[in-house]
Design a protein around this ligand. Sequence first.
Ligand SMILES: [Zn+2]
Ligand SMILES: [Zn+2]
Length: 540
Amino acid sequence: MEWADELATRVSGPQVVNDSKTPSGTVHVGSLRGPVILDVIVRALRTAGHETTLLYGVDDLDAMDAQALLTPDAVERYMGVPLAHIPDQVSDGHASYARHHAQVFIDLFADLGINPDRYYWMSDIYPTGEMDPFIRVALDRAQIVRDLYRRVSNVQHPETWHPILVICETCGKVGTTIVTKWDGERVYYECRRDLVTWAHGCGTSGWVAPFGGRAKLPWNLEWAAQWSLFGVTIEPCGKDLATAGGSRDRSDAVAREVFDREPPINVPYEFLNIAGRKMSTSKGRGAAAHRIVEVIPPDQLRTLFIRPRPNHAIEFDPEGTDAIPRLFDEFDRLADATAGRPVKGELPPGYASLFRYALRDASADPAAEAAAYHPSFAHLAFLAQVPGADIAALVATEKGEALSPRETEILDERLAAARAWLAGYAPERARMVVRDDLPPDANHLDPEQRAFLATLAEVATATGGPDGGEAWQTTIFQTAAGLGLPPGRAFAALYLAFLGRPNGPRAGWLLASLDREFVATRLLGAARAGATMSPAGGTT
Ligand SMILES: [Zn+2]
Ligand SMILES: [Zn+2]
C-alpha cells in the first residue's frame, strides 16, 4: 500500500477527498472499488497527520438515459428526466429513482468501514443557490468552454451553444434542452424533439433565469464546480474517465480555465472484471454489490479491491469457482505474514500495511487481528454441510484451545459467508449431502473397493481407531496402500458410499465428523451391497 502512504507524504495542509456517482441503476460489486480506494487514501492521510474530510456525492440531477432501466410505460415520460425527479420504480418508500439506487449502494459503505463525513445530493445543492456563482461564470465564459471542449476532447459545439442544461418548465426533461443565448441574467432555451436520439423534448422554448435549481451544469463543468465548492484536493477516478482527452482531462481544463483553480490530485483506478467482462452499471451483468456483501465479509471484500494496485484490473469470477475461498486464503496469508507466521508464496510489498487497510475497523489493532485464529473458509464450507457437526468445537480442536470472543465472531462471520457461498456461488464439487441411506450407486463398487471398505470398517471400530480428520486421512491412505488400491479409487469408494457420487471434499474430515457407529455400519453396508451384485458389477 505504499501508493497511499506515498501520496500522504506528497501533500500538505488539510485535505478534502471526494467522489461522486450517478445513481443510474443497480450497482455492481466493481463499483465499490472506488469507495474502498477513497477510504484507504483517507486513512493514509489521517495516519500521516493530515486533517482530512471525506465527501461522497450523488449526481442525481443527471438525465435518465438508459431505457432498459425503466418499466416500458415509463420510457416516453421519463427518458431525459433528472434521476431525482423519477419515481422509485421499486415503490419501497424512497423519494425517487435516484434515492433508491444511491441509498442501496451507500448503505453498504458503513459495513465496509467507509464513513464519509458528508454525503451531498446535487438535487439538494442546486436549490440552495450554492451552484449559482459557477453557473454564472460558466455562462460568461461560454466561449472559453467551447474552445476547451474542441481543444481537449475534439468535441465541437455550435457557436451558440452555452454550457447549461435547463430543466424544461413544461415536460421536466433536462436531457432534451439546449441553451443558445445568455443575457447576463436569463438564458434562452429550447426543449427539442430531436436534440438526442434517446429522449424526445416537448418543443417548449423561452427565457429563464437558470439559477436556484432550474438548470444544471453539464457533467464536466458540474464536476469541476464541485471541486471549487467543496475545496476538493484529492479525487480518484475510474479508468474510463481518466483516458487522454476524456472526461477527467476536460474537467481538469474547466477547473483551470473557467473556475481558475488547480484540479485535485487524481488516482486513476482500473475496473473489476467479472469473467473477463468489464463491470457495467447499466447493463445488468455480473454480481450486484448488495448481493456480494452477503457472501464476502468486509475485510475480505476490501482485500479484493486493494490487494492489486489501483492501476491493475481485477479479474473476479465468483460464480461456480473457488474465487471466494481463494480470497479468504489470501487474506489469511496476509494475516499470517503480518503475525510473523511462515507463509507459502511471494508476498506483496508492504503486506503489513495492506493487511491493516484491509481491516474494516480503522481503529482495530492489526497485530491482534493478524494473530487471531482464522479457520480456513474451504474447511468451514465443508463442515457446514456435515449433519450435526459441532463446528465451534471442531474449530477449537484444530486451534488447540478455546476460541477467544473475537475468534468466535470471526468464525460466525465466516460460517455465515460459507453457507451463503454454498447456497449461491459454490461449484458443484464443493457441495455434499451425506445420504441417510446407502446410495444406489454404491452397487457399482468393484471387489477391491469393497474389500477396502470392509477393512476400513474394522479399523474404524477397533480400539484406538482414528480420531480427527488428519488421523482419518492417514488411515484411509494406509489402508488403501495395504491392499494395493490406488488412493483415487479408495476415495471414490468412500464418496460413493456416503455421498452417492464419485468425488467430494476431504474424505478424512467427512468421516471424522460423522458418528463412528454410523461410519462403520455404512462402510460394511457398502462393502456388502456390491457383493450381492453380479461379479461383473460396473466400475468407473
Ligand atoms: Zn426504493
Ligand atoms: Zn420539454
